[in-house]
Design a binder for this molecule. Structure first.
Ligand code: PXG
Length: 467
């Protein structure tokens, strides 16, 4: 078997596709459309590349789903999983029990997190961690005799997960319209999306204005009713919305002044995406709770958690009583052991430091050059997450009349050229593995330029471009 052959799968693509269509209901997928197009069957990964069952190679511009921070194919993580499975494949952390991987991972996370966040509640995903956060915030305020502080403020177009509570925190209408969401006592304010919603103002003023919406809502309902504010340091799934620099310090100030807990959802920004361990450190904010997942294990195992301030943890201990909450697989030993190995690699190979010192700067220079392309209205990037705003008219930066149509065309052309890039309506976004080298960034950006050229022709043919 040559090194490119799949190791476990022996079935032809067609058979796999038929079985998949028959038996597998996919997340965030129109199954009818899937039947017309057939699923891509991915079988292997190596560094920043993935391979399908027919041997086609793709540059994975999305690190899976924003998670494979150390890149594909790190055998050390498989070794860590095997070792842990042989020793203790499972045990729980309920009812006065613990195990070494859980203890070591919690301790390690406390040492990496911003000062004052020293305690972890483990879950299996970002969605579950945010479910925990909703219950934890309300339980905390009840414990200190302020049960009315139950409202949580979030933002439109944010993403915090797919389960009932997490999707309610999220501000996506398409999700709220399915399943009777949001749950009560979640309020959404506007997002700090300068290109889409604030271009008539200077970015710094716009950032302050959007942050002060939080203050307005707090005044409207009264701080005695508001328990927390949640936000992603940079919105990921919403289209890499990078807030103006004024935004987060103002949010931090408003939360502190009104005795409202600040939850930073670090599921995407955590573990190096911005060149710091956490996005909160990048923006210099002090959250009371951080949601973590994805890069914690670089996606090699499902694991998430809530990093909690010492103040909250001590208060809960002092008040006594059980937090009636937990998941069978909270702090799963194999997931914890794999995460520890992932953190060791990130740290010892100085992967995040390299992003901070070199890679992010190279990405910044190459990414900004894409703003010269006739299809691009804005190119924005921070650390290793970036977006291109597609425009139908370069001189006016007009958006396309049918939202999302251009994005899908560009995305499909990227795929045909061996590049995985996500389309969020007409924003093209990337979030590659953090191990990406300067030469690979050049390859990525050159490939994007070529795909944009091809897309421009296609859009012109379809009459979607003004000039
Ligand atoms: N918070 C944030 C900020 C996220 O980005 C979650 C919570 C939920 O995590 P889990 O592990 O439950 O998925 C996420 C997940 C996309 C996409 O298309 C983004 C996510 C998940 C799936 C798709 O951009 N983010």
């Amino acid at each position: 078997m040559d090194s490119l052959s799949p190791k476990t799968n022996q079935k032809p693509t067609k058979i796999l596709q038929e079985l998949d269509l028959k038996h597998h209901l996919h997340p965030f997928t129109d199954q009818k459309e899937l039947r017309l197009k057939s699923p891509r069957i991915i079988v292997r990964g190596d560094g920043i590349y993935i391979f399908d069952n027919d041997g086609n190679k793709y540059l994975d511009g999305m690190a899976g789903l924003w998670c494979v921070n150390i890149g594909y194919g790190r055998t050390e993580l498989a070794v860590a999983a095997k070792k842990q499975m042989e020793e203790l494949p499972y045990y729980n952390t309920f009812f006065q029990t613990s195990h070494p991987p859980a203890i070591e991972l919690a301790t390690k996370l406390a040492s990496l997190a911003p000062e004052g966040l020293e305690t972890v509640f483990f879950s299996n995903s970002g969605s579950e961690a945010n479910e925990t956060n909703i219950r934890l915030v309300r339980h905390y305020w009840s414990s200190v005799g302020k049960p009315k502080k139950s409202i949580i403020i979030s933002r439109k177009n944010s993403y915090h997960g797919s389960s009932m509570g997490a999707a309610s925190l999220g501000g996506m209408n398409t999700m709220h319209s399915q399943g009777g969401l949001p749950i009560p006592e979640i309020i959404h304010i506007n997002q700090p999306y300068w290109y889409g919603e604030g271009k008539n103002m200077c970015p710094d003023d716009f950032g302050i204005m959007r942050a002060r919406e939080l203050e307005t809502v707090i005044q409207k309902y009264g701080p005695e009713k508001i328990g927390a504010f949640i936000g992603e340091p940079i919105q990921g799934a919403g289209g890499v919305i990078i807030p103006p620099d004024t935004y987060w310090p103002e949010i931090d100030r408003i939360c502190k002044q009104n005795d409202i807990l600040l939850i930073a959802d670090e599921v995407i920004c955590g573990f190096g995406r911005l060149g710091t361990w956490f996005g909160s450190q990048y923006y210099g904010i002090k959250p009371d709770i951080m949601t973590i997942a994805k890069g914690l294990s670089s996606g090699y195992q499902p694991i998430g958690g809530s990093l909690i301030s010492t103040k909250i943890a001590n208060t809960l201990e002092k008040c006594g009583g059980e937090f009636s909450h937990g998941y069978t697989y909270s702090a799963h030993p194999v997931a914890a052991a794999v995460s520890l190995e992932n953190l060791r690699i990130l740290e010892e190979e100085k992967i995040i430091e390299e992003v901070y010192k070199n890679t992010a700067q190279h990405m910044f220079e190459r990414w900004n050059a894409l703003s010269e392309h006739p299809l691009v209205g804005e190119a924005r990037v921070k650390g290793l997450m970036g977006a291109l705003e597609l425009t139908s008219n370069k001189s006016t930066q007009a958006s396309f009349s049918h939202k999302g149509q251009a994005g899908i065309i560009v995305r499909d052309i990227c795929l045909r050229n061996g590049l995985i890039m996500r389309a969020v309506e007409d924003k093209m976004i990337i979030s590659p593995p953090l191990i990406i080298q300067a030469s690979e960034i050049d390859e990525l950006v050159n490939l994007i330029w070529k795909c944009l050229d091809q897309s421009q022709k296609e859009l012109k043919c379809q009459g979607l471009l003004v000039s």
